[in-house]
Design a protein. Structure first.
Length: 145
């Protein structure tokens, strides 16, 4: 049974192939309009003559990105560390705004201490990297890393 299906599908495939070949043989050849190749080559020459695009100044942007992300991270740490008393010091009364009660997370003193130490280690590593990059730049070995 499977052999009959295989033979039939092969015969059908061969028939379709001959029909497609016949259709393609009777098609007339497509020719581009006059001047098409010349206009394409002229456009290619124009594109090749254009100056290279300016590279993005990563060396100038990267310190700003690092500084902004560090400041945002440090602000988040301080906000969590201080909790809701910051809002009351700013004169915001959350109860008057009918906001849902915000539950202050309880962090153990050990966890807070380890997070503070991790922040200082990250700051020291960042300063070390910045000074190393600056010394490479001043020594004439340019490049980011």
């Amino acid at each position: 049974m499977n052999r009959d299906k295989t033979n039939r599908s092969e015969a059908e495939h061969a028939r379709i192939e001959t029909e497609i070949g016949h259709i393609l043989a009777t098609e007339e050849e497509l020719m581009p309009s006059s001047g098409f190749a010349a206009s394409v080559m002229e456009r290619v020459r124009q594109e090749a003559a254009l100056p290279a695009p300016l590279p993005f100044p990563w060396k100038r942007v990267l310190p700003g990105i690092l500084l902004a992300s560090g400041a945002a991270g440090w602000g988040a740490v301080v906000l969590v560390h201080l909790g809701l008393p910051v809002f009351s010091q700013l004169g915001l009364n959350l109860a008057a705004l009918n906001w849902p009660a915000i539950v202050q997370p309880h962090l153990s003193a050990d966890l807070i201490h380890s997070l503070e130490l991790a922040g200082w280690v990250a700051l020291a590593l960042g300063i070390s990297l910045a000074s190393w990059l600056l010394s490479r730049q001043l020594a004439g070995r340019g490049g980011l890393l």
